[in-house]
Design a protein around this ligand. Structure first.
Ligand SMILES: Cc1cc2nc3c(=O)[nH]c(=O)nc-3n(C[C@H](O)[C@H](O)[C@H](O)COP(=O)(O)O)c2cc1C
Length: 348
């Protein structure tokens, strides 16, 4: 199952291993560099079915830190194209990019808010900071919200022109789209706040705008937080409902993470702790899901797939330790998996 290809629209992932998006905080002016080239390139050499490039800001103020990746200009797109071309020319991996806006969680370093001089004034659906001690974010006007929808679309166009196979929208971990979804961070009284339909309007508008660009060869994923672990907050039932709505809008897969929007929320973390969220969404919204979080072995990944809990396995920290996890495991089970021809003599 781990090595059974998965077709999404017209593209085929060779296996179910996905390099989960991970900010490397290593860019200057949002531009990818040699570090990123090796970082993503080596996971392609390791046989990973899909590589998801880290959270990438659609506008400068959409970054988490000054060193985050960006895709609001041509220089940034050109640097990413170099990585994409390497992956396509030297592996069987597909490569996607996670488009993001940090909202009230931007303008930070090492998880702490930085000064206005070093950073920027953050924005959010409502003037509620993530941490009490932080500056109050600017409450977005409807016009500004519409401009941001356009920024996501322009960023998606740049990504597709750079050759990316698919787009993932970052609607999880308490960043801007999640801030709109949650009734705890969104207390607006206009058409972007209140009911689930209104709180999800920003995401739906982005999905529609981006999907206008995507054809049968370019799938669309959305990463959500299945729950934010807070009373009266964003929860699993709303996640199921949202996933049904996203399916209607031609989203191909929900990448199911959790948390990130409520400072100090208590989260019980254990092996595969977010898998039940992916499973419930897959079954109840009848949409493909990705499982992520504390998945570290092929056996565990295989079990998740065999149980029908998810369609893809996103791995983050383990693939940093072990870039060849996909192909190494295939040696053991004698499954087919890409390994560079140059390395033939190292096949086990
Ligand atoms: C260094 C690092 C950076 C991360 N950056 C992102 C990111 O850019 N976007 C995102 O959605 N999740 C991000 N995450 C979360 C991971 O994608 C993943 O969901 C989380 O680490 C749990 O998976 P794991 O137990 O396999 O590490 C990051 C995690 C790490 C360790």
């Amino acid at each position: 199952m781990l090595y059974t290809p998965l077709k999404l629209r017209n593209i085929e992932l060779k296996n179910r291993w996905v390099m989960s998006p991970m900010c490397m905080y290593s860019c200057k002016d949002g531009v990818a560099n040699d570090f990123h080239f090796v970082h993503y390139g080596s996971r392609a050499q390791g046989g990973t079915g899909l590589i998801m490039v880290e959270a990438t800001g659609v506008v400068p103020d959409g970054r988490i830190t000054n060193k985050c990746m960006g895709i609001w200009n041509e220089e940034q797109a050109a640097a990413l194209k170099k990585i994409v071309d390497f992956v396509h020319g030297n592996s069987e991996s597909k490569i996607g990019i996670q488009l993001a806006h940090a909202g009230r969680k931007g303008s930070t370093w090492n998880g702490k808010q930085i000064s206005l001089e070093e950073g920027w004034k953050t924005v959010a659906p409502s003037p509620i900071p993530y941490e009490e001690s932080e500056r109050i974010p600017h409450e977005l006007t409807v016009e500004e919200i519409r401009d941001l929808v356009k920024s996501f679309k322009v960023a998606a166009k740049r990504a597709i022109d750079a050759g990316f196979d698919l787009i993932e929208l970052h609607a999880a971990h308490g960043y801007l789209i999640h801030q709109f979804l949650s009734p705890l961070s969104n207390v607006r009284t206009d058409e972007y706040g209140g009911s689930l339909e209104n709180r999800s309007r920003f995401l739906m508008e982005i999905v529609e705008a981006v999907n206008e660009l995507l054809d049968e060869n370019h799938p669309l994923f959305v990463r959500i937080s299945g729950t934010e672990y807070a009373e009266n907050g964003w929860d699993l039932d709303e996640s199921v409902e949202l996933s049904r709505m996203l399916k209607q809008k031609n989203v191909d897969l929900i990448d199911v993470s959790s948390g990130g929007n409520i400072h100090g929320a208590r989260i019980s973390v254990f092996d595969g702790y977010q898998v039940p969220f992916a499973s419930k969404i897959k079954k109840e919204a009848e949409i493909k899901t990705g499982a992520v979080g504390m998945i570290t072995s092929a056996e565990q990944a295989e079990e998740i797939l065999q149980n029908g809990d998810a369609d893809l396995i996103f791995i983050a920290r383990e693939i940093l330790r072990n870039p060849y996890i996909a192909v190494r495991n295939a040696f053991k089970t004698e499954e087919k998996c890409f390994f560079p021809a140059q390395y033939d003599r190292a096949k086990i």
